[in-house]
Design a protein around this ligand. Structure first.
Ligand SMILES: [Zn+2]
Ligand SMILES: [Zn+2]
Length: 139
């Protein structure tokens, strides 16, 4: 497979000790198989139902999928300020240099938000329970 951006031959790279990805030695971009983006996110946040939907506002770009040569679609990643490319045939995702770390930091932030939200909810429930006990004792 060749890099969609600079056409250099992609080489296999063992990524973070968890999966093999196709990596461009020239522009340091990275091709992830379709399920591998999810595995990357799961490094820091594995609660899929809290992640929100993945693909927003797709638009075709000029470079093509290294697997099938379909035109890749650029999309807004989970409504964050990050654009990634996806193959319309679901072969995978293209991440430019550094975008993998960007995904990880966004997921880390999301995990923190959810944790705070869950804690706030359980505090609230405890308080309601406390009130309930208080009023039942009064009566
Ligand atoms: Zn490249
Ligand atoms: Zn493809």
């Amino acid at each position: 497979m060749n890099c969609p951006r600079c056409q250099a031959a992609l080489t296999k790279k063992y990524y973070k000790g968890m999966m093999e990805v196709e990596y461009c030695p020239l522009c340091r971009g990275m091709w992830l198989d379709f399920h591998e983006l999810d595995r990357l996110e799961d490094v820091v946040f594995d609660q899929d139902h809290y992640k929100g939907s993945l693909i927003h506002r797709e638009a075709p770009v000029l470079f093509v999928c290294p697997a099938c040569e379909s035109q890749l679609l650029e999309f807004q990643y989970r409504l964050y300020d990050l654009k990634l490319e996806v193959c319309p045939q679901k072969h995978g995702f293209w991440l430019e240099a550094g975008e993998d770390e960007h995904v990880l930091s966004l997921m880390r932030r999301r995990a923190g938000e959810i944790r705070r939200k869950t804690e706030a909810e359980s505090e609230w429930k405890k308080m309601l329970k406390g009130l309930h006990t208080f009023f039942s004792q009064e009566m």
